[in-house]
Design a protein around this ligand. Structure first.
Ligand code: PMP
Length: 362
């Protein structure tokens, strides 16, 4: 029944598809639709990936020994706390499959990341969606929503597509109210962008105080490896042990393991990613202000802008101009478009196209 009620995850429109539809050249198209890293890959990761291809006829290391060692060192945890996934989406699904089932309840917020309802319904559990507050998670209301049947809570911090972030005090106050039998997943896919800001929350530092907490992260965003699909969970060793029993044995391939291990050593790339993002967000929001548009202040590598009642029409208009962004009506946000932060010239192309489309509508 849950599976029948599912609508599939809608990824950003691929460049090649748009090029064919509108007779455009792929290099004329700007895609700011999937919260990818606009810098291109780290050269260090690239080199490691090329070398790893030599091993393509062998199975990957199913326990990802080298990557886990490097990651544990980077995060200052022990390898037995880690569970790797084919992107963090895979990890989120494994968590749901391990800890909830038919008849159980899973709590998440309105406008929260689309994969939470998806994995919840897929396992036959019941999703309990808690109304958002100022576009963000209403954590006290989420604590109130926990019942005897609740097994799991998903919190995205920062959240996609709203870009909202909850501070450490609010998260601790929430965790203090959650019974230990309920697992809380703190999804920190965008946490690297928080570094050096007032909102810099580190879920991993909370693990010591809350044994029922699982933190998930990814190499897809600030680390620039979205195509290779590497995500992970950090938890107590006993939770990691359960997750590692259920995940597919070779869910992170050899090239992905090598690139992820290497990129952890390229802190300069990470720093550049943050810098490009910070400047790009400033550029986009200054552009919105010039156009008289409101946006939701974002802590991620994207921003949701309110383009009026008909965001779908603006989305279409932008496509015709060769600019792909993401409509978020499926998240209950029909007036907004989510725009990923690009390079300066891509952001400029988007803002110019947006201006033309809005003027045409007037
Ligand atoms: N969590 C959030 C909040 C996200 O926005 C995304 C990416 N869209 C993911 C998890 C999953 O990313 P990945 O599977 O590439 O690690």
């Amino acid at each position: 029944e849950g599976v029948r009620s599912l609508t599939p995850y809608q990824p950003g429109k691929p460049i090649e598809e748009l090029a064919r539809e509108y007779g455009l050249e792929p290099d004329e198209i700007v895609k700011l639709a999937s919260n990818e890293n606009p810098l291109g890959p780290s050269p260090v990761a690239m080199e490691a990936a090329r070398e790893a291809l030599e091993e393509m006829c062998r199975y990957p290391d199913g326990n990802a020994f080298t990557l886990k060692q490097a990651l544990a060192r980077y995060l200052q945890v022990v390898p037995s706390q880690l569970t790797l996934g084919n992107g963090s989406n895979d990890v989120l699904e494994v968590i749901a499959r391990c800890f909830a089932g038919p008849g159980d309840e899973v709590v998440y917020a309105q406008h929260a990341f689309a994969v939470y309802p998806l994995v919840t319904l897929a396992i036959g559990a019941k999703g309990v969606e808690v109304s958002a507050k100022d576009w963000g998670h209403d954590l006290p209301a989420m604590a109130d929503a926990i019942s005897d049947r609740t097994r799991l809570v998903f919190i995205a911090n920062p959240n996609n597509p709203t870009g909202t972030v909850e501070g450490e005090t609010a998260i601790r106050a929430f965790l203090d109210r959650v019974p230990e039998r309920v697992l809380v997943v703190l999804d920190e896919a965008y946490c690297e962008y928080l570094a050096g800001t007032d909102d810099d929350v580190d879920g991993i530092s909370l693990l010591r105080d809350y044994p029922n907490l699982v933190v998930t992260r990814t190499f897809s965003k600030a680390w620039g490896l979205a195509a290779l699909r590497v995500g992970y969970a950090v938890s107590s060793p006993s939770i990691a042990d359960i997750l590692n029993r259920v995940r597919q044995p070779f869910n992170v391939d050899t090239v992905a393991q090598a690139a992820a291990t290497a990129v952890l050593g390229d802190l300069e790339y990470l720093e550049r990613s943050r810098e490009v993002n910070r400047k790009g967000l400033e550029q986009l929001t200054a552009g919105f202000a010039d156009l008289g548009l409101e946006w939701i202040p974002s802590a991620g590598n994207f921003v949701a802008v309110d383009v009026g009642t008909n965001a779908q029409e603006i989305f279409q208009g932008l496509l015709e101009q060769g600019v792909i962004v993401r409509p978020v009506a499926g998240y209950g946000m029909p007036r907004h478009l989510r725009v990923s932060v690009g390079l300066a010239e891509e952001n400029e192309r988007f803002l110019e196209a947006l201006k033309r489309v809005l003027e045409r509508r007037e």
